[in-house]
Write a protein that binds this ligand. Structure first.
Ligand code: 4BW
Length: 172
């Protein structure tokens, strides 16, 4: 810490800020304070996230959801851009008829017809507080880059684990 340029007014502000950024980037996650943690440090990367595609029939989406065990997953287009989210409840609601489950709908309808597209999106560079606020109302939040390409998800579990670590640290 001692070799950081002091934070002073005028032309010395920038070097100080850059030094701090470098120092924070070189820290391990364990060493970082909550305020220095970014979404990038906590998210599950895209290659480990179960997802479905816009043109998949609902049958395929339900299979992915049941087999993965997740209640909802992101929806991507053919260019891996994030376009929405679909969950078991949305699908079951679609096939619920007056007297029976109309299972034929599963092969007749596509994900794009029923998915939620009004989703909250974060970027890798968003900070811990933005992530915390976002997961209050949703068990996970999708992360995408400036072009909308899917980067991964931030889960409520990842945020809670960091809060727990911080509580233990401040007890010591
Ligand atoms: O398969 C599972 N493995 C583990 N380790 N935990 C699971 C699994 N399925 C559910 N859980 C637990 C997690 O604590 O139940 C919570 C609620 O799951 P959900 O929402 O309702 O299916 C899980 O909480 P979480 O880790 O904070 O994840 C929040 C939500 O993020 C999940 C799911 O919709 C989504 N998600 C998490 N990991 C995912 C994923 N979606 C796709 N792929 C992944 N790898």
């Amino acid at each position: 810490m001692s070799n950081i340029t002091p934070f002073v007014y005028g032309s010395f502000i920038l070097p100080g800020v850059i030094e701090k950024e470098r120092l924070v980037m070189s820290m391990t996650r364990e060493e970082k304070q909550l305020t220095d943690i970014l979404v990038d440090d906590l998210m599950i990367p895209a290659e480990k996230v179960a997802h479905v595609q816009l043109n998949n029939p609902l049958e395929h989406a339900l299979l992915v959801l049941v087999k993965s065990g997740y209640s909802a997953v992101p929806v991507l287009d053919q260019d891996y851009k994030l376009v929405g989210m679909i969950g078991k409840t949305i699908i079951l609601d679609q096939i619920l008829g007056l007297e029976r489950f109309e299972t034929e709908i599963l092969s007749n309808k596509q994900v794009k017809e029923v998915m939620r597209d009004d989703i909250h999106i974060l970027t890798r560079k968003d900070n811990f507080l933005s992530g915390l606020k976002a997961v209050i109302n949703s068990p996970f939040i999708c992360v995408a880059d400036e072009e909308g390409v899917f980067d991964g998800i931030l889960t409520r579990r990842a945020i809670l684990k960091e809060l727990q670590k911080d509580l233990y640290r401040s007890k010591k």
